[in-house]
Design a protein around this ligand. Structure first.
Ligand code: SF4
Ligand code: SF4
Length: 179
């Protein structure tokens, strides 16, 4: 999937949005099963949808699966504002909130983005076809979303879903970029 999406600077590989749609369904199935199983043990739980749980105007969401992943110690934010885990940034997160007290430990803080590590990479910034990313670590959500909406309408290729992923195919795509 990552290799296919790296073949062309602008055109999104068919595999990418197909995996996006399938993974959205998978995350929701897993969350549903977990909620059911926790319920069997008397624990209430809730989950937000895998995606599109944001305000359509401001593009901000009240529940970020990515932030929960970072809080849980599974990864760190890269320059592209995605979460890089030890298996890279081309994966997805789902999360639940549960009504139970758990013992917790503080996860070790580990840098996985080369830009934040030693400023040796900014590939995601240069790969973004609409310059939505910057070296300051900001993302222009409106600019990114404009491209995604265009892709979903079939303006930029095949009309499968609003998925692009051109910033997720650099050295941090399938593993931590910092070793
Ligand atoms: S492509 Fe490079 S700069 Fe961008 S998030 Fe990955 S490691 Fe960091
Ligand atoms: S998803 Fe596409 S448009 Fe959005 S920041 Fe990444 S490369 Fe740019």
């Amino acid at each position: 999937m990552v290799e296919a999406n790296a073949l062309d600077r602008h055109r999104v590989a068919h595999e990418w949005p197909v995996a996006y749609v399938e993974t959205n369904a998978l995350i929701e199935r897993i969350a549903g099963r977990l909620i059911e199983r926790l319920g069997d043990h008397g624990v209430r739980a809730a989950a937000a949808p895998a995606t599109h749980n944001y305000d359509p105007e401001s593009l901000t969401c009240r529940w970020s699966h990515k932030s929960m992943g970072v809080i849980a110690g599974l990864g760190s934010f890269g320059l592209h504002r995605m979460v890089i885990t030890d298996s890279g940034c081309a994966g997805r997160f789902g999360s639940l909130v549960i009504d139970a007290e758990l013992r917790f430990t503080s996860p070790p803080v580990r840098e996985r983005c080369l830009y934040f590590h030693d400023r040796s990479c900014w590939e995601c910034v240069t790969r973004c076809p609409v310059n939505a990313l910057s070296m300051e670590g900001a993302i222009d959500k409106q600019r990114c979303n404009h491209r995604l909406v265009g892709l979903a309408k079939g303006l930029g290729g095949e009309a499968v879903a609003d998925a692009c992923g051109k910033c997720a195919i650099g050295p941090c795509s399938l593993e931590s970029a910092v070793h």
